[in-house]
Design a protein around this ligand. Structure first.
Ligand code: TMP
Length: 214
């Protein structure tokens, strides 16, 4: 089962994924936790280039090709093998980040991005995508206060991040069977409880579907 986590900056994805991963392992699931961009040695090199605040001259097309290159490597090297081995894969951002940030945020053509995404992923689509939703200004503030390193995209204007968040809502509305929106502006434990409920119910559905076939 392939689960992705999306959201604006400061939505708390990485902490929530770490908590979910530990809990799923306690329940006996084999879990692979990864992230984009990065998650492989090649992907991590691409990540460093993408997030370097000195790379002010990077064009939007260069940016999207680099995110896609990192994704292609991650899918082949990590995600597909893990899914084939029956593991639960938890990925911090995936192709929807490209649609939200480079599509809705930067204004690149969404159909072109869908085509590029199909090349990068070989058509792999998450079984479940959890949108950790938070007000943009509040998310950026949480990030600053948390002392996390600010990347090239964090430094974009508030209007850019507002477009990204609106883009996420549009993507979630277009595919309600895949997306679940969770309010990330609540205590960590409450957000985690909601995520666990969603994941457990999805795992049960998959289990029932498999038993029906047997
Ligand atoms: P994060 O690891 O802190 O979430 O940072 C990843 C940054 O990269 C975040 O600002 C979103 C951005 N991003 C894109 O713009 N497009 C993409 O396809 C991906 C995966 C991330």
């Amino acid at each position: 089962m392939f689960i992705t986590f999306e959201g604006p900056e400061g939505s708390g994805k990485s902490s929530q994924i770490a908590l979910l991963s530990a809990w799923l392992q306690q329940q006996g699931f084999a879990v692979v936790q990864t992230r984009e961009p990065g998650g492989t040695p090649i992907g991590d090199q691409i990540r460093a280039c993408l997030h370097d605040v000195d790379n002010v001259e990077m064009t939007a097309v260069t940016e999207v090709l680099l995110y896609s290159a990192s994704r292609a490597q991650l899918v082949e090297q990590v995600i597909r093998p893990a899914l084939a081995a029956g593991k639960v894969v938890l990925c911090d951002r995936f192709a929807d980040s490209t649609l939200a940030y480079q599509g809705y945020g930067r204004g690149l053509n969404l159909d072109d991005l869908q085509a590029l995404t199909r090349i990068a992923t070989g058509g792999l689509v998450p079984d479940l995508t959890i949108l950790l939703d938070i007000d943009v200004a509040r998310g950026l503030e949480r990030r600053r206060v948390g002392g996390q390193e600010m990347n090239r995209l964090d430094l974009e204007a508030l209007a850019f991040h507002e477009r990204v968040r609106a883009g996420y809502h549009a993507l979630a509305a277009a595919e309600p069977e895949r997306w679940v929106v969770v309010n990330a502006d609540q205590p960590v434990a409450n957000v985690q409880a909601e995520i666990r409920r969603v994941v457990v119910s999805r795992l049960e559905q998959v289990h029932l579907a498999v038993s029906d076939q047997e």
